[in-house]
Design a protein around this ligand. Structure first.
Ligand SMILES: Cc1cc2nc3c(=O)[nH]c(=O)nc-3n(C[C@H](O)[C@H](O)[C@H](O)COP(=O)(O)OP(=O)(O)OC[C@H]3O[C@@H](n4cnc5c(N)ncnc54)[C@H](O)[C@@H]3O)c2cc1C
Length: 294
């Protein structure tokens, strides 16, 4: 489609996909107010076998290399694709210890423009509520239009931080996004993964999305990206920098407490039902009857 055709269609008020708009067709306000993209990334241990200190109930990180949470790699890619098609700026943020800076540099190597490390001893021991509050205070300062999180972190695994952050921001959120269909000034349309299918959901902007791995294939960093990452300035914000209430951050601000963490014992008295589906249903019902469950 030529630029000329696009302009004519626009004059007839036909709703065009912004991906097809050349960036110069957006006015200054649209460019500047529309796509301030923030990606929340978490640095996690590079292992599926998360070990817990039984005395403190916290993660054992010693001797385990760290990576960007895999779902957050897809969030970064989604943000970069929005920027490439609609213009804008991608800022990555993480709350973590000073060494989480490496995760931010990795994101810059992929193409992110800016990075913020939320780091302060007072943030330590945060539960999901305090983590979300802290991210909210930082995002509020950046004034983001589209915030993208991973579906869940592979260590904490709660999948709460994205939606909770949206609640603090008082903006809509869409979870399990598997495709971004359209982004227009003031609105976004996405596909949300569901059991056996997907929903098409349209929302106003600002909005927070959590993404699943089906959304894209994260790019590898380019040589230029790696060079940029080496010299990039990483902003470091403390609790005071984001104006956080000290009663809402870290262990002190966490309404939940881990009392005990343990691996459930494997049950030995399992029965595998065999035969056709009908035979299995019959066997299940008679088993439940014998146990007086039905
Ligand atoms: C009382 C208590 C104490 C705890 N103490 C510790 C502790 O000392 N050390 C520790 O490692 N964990 C601790 N945790 C776990 C910690 O709260 C969670 O890891 C954290 O809140 C994020 O939750 P999650 O990992 O389930 O993330 P999810 O909700 O599964 O993450 C979803 C998405 O949110 C975003 N996100 C999550 N966390 C961050 C982050 N930090 N920065 C930026 N984006 C993020 C990412 O996009 C991620 O994909 C504690 C939990 C409790 C309840």
């Amino acid at each position: 489609m030529s630029n000329f055709t696009q302009i004519n269609l626009k004059a007839y008020n036909i709703d065009l996909n912004i991906w097809r708009y050349p960036h110069f067709l957006l006015n200054k306000d649209q460019k500047e107010s529309f796509v301030e993209i923030v990606i929340c990334i978490k640095q996690v241990p590079d292992t599926a076998e998360v070990r817990i200190n039984p005395e403190t109930n916290t993660l054992i990180r010693d001797g385990v290399p760290s990576i960007i949470n895999p779902y957050d790699m897809h969030a970064i890619e989604a943000g970069l694709q929005i920027k490439e098609k609609a213009g804008g700026k991608v800022t990555v943020i993480t709350m973590g210890p000073p060494q989480a800076e490496t995760a931010l540099r990795d994101a810059i190597a992929m193409g992110a423009d800016d990075a913020v490390l939320l780091t302060d001893r007072a943030f330590a021991g945060a539960d999901t509520w305090a983590t979300s509050y802290t991210l909210f205070k930082a995002i509020e300062k950046i004034r983001a239009d589209i915030i993208i999180c991973g579906k869940q972190a592979i260590d904490g695994d709660t999948a709460q931080v994205g939606p909770e952050t949206a609640e603090f921001l008082n903006i809509p959120h869409i979870s399990y996004v598997r495709k971004i269909e359209e982004v227009k000034p003031g609105s976004i349309r996405v596909q949300r993964l569901m059991d056996g299918g997907y929903d098409v959901v349209e929302s106003s902007v600002p909005v927070l999305l959590t993404v699943v791995k089906e959304i894209n294939l994260p790019r590898l960093p380019s040589l230029k990206g790696k060079m940029n990452a080496k010299k990039a300035e990483i902003k470091k914000w403390t609790s005071a920098d984001i104006g956080a209430d000290e009663n809402n951050i870290g262990l002190k601000g966490s309404p939940t407490q881990v009392k005990n963490i343990f691996a459930p014992q494997a049950k030995k008295d399992r029965k595998v039902l065999e035969g056709t589906v009908e035979q299995q249903i019959e066997a299940l019902i008679s088993e439940l009857r014998s146990l007086k469950c039905v």
